[in-house]
Write a protein that binds this ligand. Sequence first.
Ligand code: EPU
Length: 341
Amino acid sequence: MKKMLEVRKDFSLKAYNTFGIEAKCKYFVEAEDEGELAEFVAGYEWNPLEVLVLGGGSNFLFTGDFEGTVFYPAMQGIEVVEEDVESVSVRVGAGVVWDDFVAWTVAQGYGGVENLSLIPGHVGAAPVQNVGAYGMEAGETIAEVEAIDLEKGGRVRIAAGECRFAYRDSAFKREWKNRFIITRVVFRLAKHPQFRLDYGSVRSEVERLGGEVTLAKVREAVIRIREAKLPDVKVLPSAGSYFKNPVVAQELAERLESQYPGMPVYPLGEGRCKLAAGWLIEQCGWKGKTLGRAGVYEKQALVLVNRGGADGTDISRLANEIRKSVFLRFGVWIEPEVNVV
Ligand code: EPU
């Protein structure tokens, strides 16, 4: 049985953001059925500043109460909708826990998202953020996004080609910000997986597991790497990487590289390079540091954590100090990956 649409007033979001920060929203609308949600928002006076769509809340920092409506799409279900010899199309509810979906694909033997194991959050957030890790991005396997259009009303289907997927980015974060409530995502997965083992220690971790490479082993390897480096949000609240890795001109990257031999640089072509924000932050001495109730995780400097009872301003104050010191030392502004509300 699907849960009926529910609207709550002055609702606490503490359990709905992985930083565990206390903040309230004016209205909280939870829906498991997209038809019901579409009906609810028909005639809704859309104002992008008064809308927020929340999935697992693993990419938000609330610095105060939100005086608008939070939509919490809770659509469930994983169904195969199309199949041929090479691939399979799978339609997944926005409210499905991302890693439950990944575990399902691996159990079925479908390739394409296994390197994205253990990423927190819900499936509905994957296209917004174009979640990525260990050399794979969700945008590569997304075929279509189903959504409710708050601006024009009604249900729509958006082809992947229109979503403008890029590194931790898509049209949903830019020109379409707060316009669509994503309800389902269709993924196109491979029946004969092409393993991607070239990022960091993925290959060596898979080899340590021994025998033939399988989806299950890649998943296990990624889980081990993540567990060793990233905090469990149930124990130490955080939002994963707080900052994006900065993309800079190749000239600047080369200049820094000659000044700091061993600095990680990832050439992107067209005269641009990505730098490792975690490395830059660590060089500035922030790794493991605490400022008030906010801290920098000891094993991965890109991750800011709530050391207990922090509010959004504790975290953003620390983030600003870090940004400043990285700029003063390297001449590079790093930008938050999380949505600061
Ligand atoms: N590094 C340091 N010190 C640190 C952290 C990293 O020197 O404290 C160096 C590493 O040694 C390595 C390089 O920086 O040479 C890159 O580090 P890592 O492979 O750990 O990845 P990352 O660039 O720091 C990104 C994603 C992560 C994702 C990993 C693996 C972003 C913003 N973050 O981190 O995503 O899991 O790659 O693919 O792109 C997230 O988005 O929440 C997240 C955890």
